[in-house]
Write a protein that binds this ligand. Structure first.
Ligand code: F6R
Length: 606
């Protein structure tokens, strides 16, 4: 989503810090960027459409290098309200230029507020909801900066992460948040930083704290105070745990490929601390606290790739733990009438830990005092802080916008949870041990698969000729087909559908002909034979079949061979094929793989 970065401190050219900060998150999707810098006397504003380098050029021209600026705010915008124009680019200001702000999130009642302001002769230079906040500040100005901000926060309907400065209150800055993330940190020399994204703060801050919903941070004369829902509060600071930003692709052509290759070692790392393969013991700390719980139902919650991971969790829970389970899309679940009992465990899956839709459900569940478990990558993120129990996926910063390594890391943690709960219930010892034996081999199987991508590359040459695809599945391959289809859409912009093979005959066969290839995930699991029948159905209609299997599939046009394992473990392997198919097809089509259009790493708006 949009990104916020603020600095105040000893640096005399704040714009340099801001531009450096913006550059390191450049690979994320944004349409325009802007910054303001200020000192006791003035505030200067520069905005540019497109790349940060455009902004950088304008800053060189428009800000005199001899002038000194000790604070500044930078923002990258991804258009929501209003087109991609300089006027809609942040920072925004009011008609009298008394308040300057950047805003992440969406003000739900902005339209009504805007009409009221227009009726009072306010004029708007752009279409954003954020500009409304700036004029609202002027409208309610009472001579006291803090009180004015507090007043308008009662009027606007969230979500927001807001940073506001005013030439009328030099040296002051106010930040407030509801819904969208905001982190505050400092270094040893009392340089202060604030950001919507932890990555932005790497290398700048030694200590950081997470602002909670309802927190308001006020900086004045280099001192800061925080109030929580109006009451002064001491924020707990913690050491910054990431010291260096992962900004190099190494010898890989793209970040995506690098992250695909990282997966084997990430899975090794996850298991290293949590599984004693020799003695067949699960060591994860999170499980100790849950020893006495007897869950009767598991609900996985997530969005996008994380939802796909949860869908596999549902199947593992049913099969291995013998516990009824479901997986729900967060943006839908929120509006459902839920009837579960208090012995339900809600498992929230999220790479960023900041996805607004998932957080909304989490808050709803917490209000009911139900049990929550987080499977999260970013340490300290909102979901990791709000859940009762959890496992960090520890996949490292996922630089590439669309998820790959986070997915297999999520699967690893979910399977451990299913095994832990299964061991307490229905899972036979022999099955438990068989799974651990196969699990231990997963990293090597992934490495073997990645070692030779010639066939997939050749196939991608062929696939680039098509515009529509089917990804077909049964049972355990459902989340993998979904994820593969999502990856293909995200980076090639080609259309694809994930469909259960058994459903083809109930309608979609009508679409099958030589123009739509079907990628069918059909390892030799308990439904292998059934998949063979589906392949025949497709071939009978001249459809092209790409089978992903550990056995050469007679009658298919291609078989992508994978290593042999057991039913429960195949998904770790088949998903790598899905990722590579998307990657190579996108590369052959010359797509901008590391910066796919319209994608955000962390979706902090609903
Ligand atoms: C897809 C992708 C998204 C995210 C989704 C949830 O490649 O990255 O679909 O999986 O936005 O994000 P998190 O996992 O951060 O909650």
């Amino acid at each position: 989503m949009c990104g916020i970065f603020w600095y105040q401190g000893k640096e005399t050219h704040a714009q340099n810090i801001l531009l450096n900060g913006l550059k390191r998150l450049e690979y994320r999707w944004y349409d325009s960027a802007g910054l303001l810098v200020g000192n006791q006397k003035e505030i200067k504003l520069v905005k540019a459409i497109g790349k940060v380098s455009n902004l950088s050029e304008k800053v060189q021209k428009e800000i005199n290098a001899e002038e000194q600026f000790s604070f500044g705010i930078a923002h990258t915008r991804r258009a929501t309200h209003g087109g991609i124009t300089e006027n809609n680019t942040h920072p925004h200001y009011d008609n009298k230029q008394q308040f300057y702000l950047v805003h992440n999130g969406i003000i739900e009642n902005y339209h009504k507020l805007k009409q009221e302001l227009i009726a009072k002769w306010y004029e708007f230079y752009g279409q954003t909801d954020s500009e409304v906040i700036a004029n609202l500040l002027t409208e309610h100005r009472n001579g006291n900066f803090l009180e004015t901000v507090e007043k308008i926060l009662q009027i606007i309907k969230w979500a927001y992460a807001l940073l506001i400065v005013s030439p009328l209150a030099p040296g002051e800055m106010i930040a407030a948040k509801i819904g969208s993330p905001l982190l505050f940190g400092h270094d040893k020399d009392n340089n202060f930083f604030l950001s919507s994204d932890k990555q932005w703060l790497i290398g700048y801050v030694d200590q950081l704290t997470y602002l909670e919903d309802g927190d308001l941070l006020h900086i004045k004369n280099n001192e800061y105070t925080v109030t929580s829902k109006g009451i002064p509060t001491q924020k707990p600071f913690e050491e910054m745990d990431i010291k260096e930003i992962e900004s190099s692709k190494g010898n890989y052509k793209h970040f995506m490929l690098k992250e695909i290759f990282e997966q084997a070692n990430i899975i090794r790392r996850i298991f290293k601390w949590r599984v004693d393969f020799q003695n067949k013991i699960l060591n994860a700390e999170a499980f100790h606290g849950m020893q006495n719980e007897n869950f009767e139902h598991i609900v996985f919650i997530g969005c996008g790739t994380s939802y796909n991971a949860g869908s596999l969790g549902k199947l593992w829970m049913e099969n291995l733990a013998g516990i009824p389970a479901s997986c729900e899309i967060a943006s839908e679940y929120e509006y459902r009438n839920i009837n579960v009992n208090s012995k339900t465990l809600y498992v929230f899956i999220s790479q960023s830990g900041e996805t607004a839709d998932s957080i909304e459900v989490l808050k709803m569940i917490k209000e009911k005092w139900w049990h929550t478990f987080g499977i999260v990558n970013v340490v300290g993120s909102t979901i990791s802080r709000l859940t009762d129990y959890g496992l960090f996926t520890r996949a490292g910063a996922e630089i590439w916008v669309a998820s790959t390594k986070a997915f297999t890391a999520q699967l690893s943690c979910i399977l451990l949870l299913a095994l832990f709960l299964g061991k307490k219930r229905a899972l036979p010892k022999a099955k438990y041990e068989q799974i651990l034996r196969e699990l231990a081999k997963v990293p090597t199987m992934i490495e073997d698969l990645l070692a030779d991508q010639t066939q997939i590359r050749e196939l991608a040459q062929e696939l680039k000729k098509y515009n529509n695809f089917f990804f077909l599945w049964r049972h355990y391959q459902f989340p993998i087909a979904n994820e593969s289809s999502l990856k293909l859409k995200e980076i090639t912009y080609l259309h694809s559908e994930s469909y259960p093979s058994g459903e083809l005959k109930h309608g979609p066969l009508a679409l099958i002909d030589e123009k739509i290839p079907s990628v069918i995930f059909c390892p030799q699991d308990f439904l292998f034979e059934k998949n063979l029948s589906s392949i025949q159905e497709i071939k009978a209609r001249n459809g092209k079949v790409i089978a992903v299997s550990d056995k050469e599939i007679e009658g298919s046009d291609y078989t992508i061979k994978i290593p042999k394992t057991i039913d429960d473990i195949y998904p770790f392997i088949t998903v790598i094929v899905g990722q590579l198919l998307a990657y190579h097809t996108a590369d052959i089509l010359w797509k901008n793989i590391d910066k796919p259009r319209n994608l955000a790493k962390s979706v902090t708006v609903k």
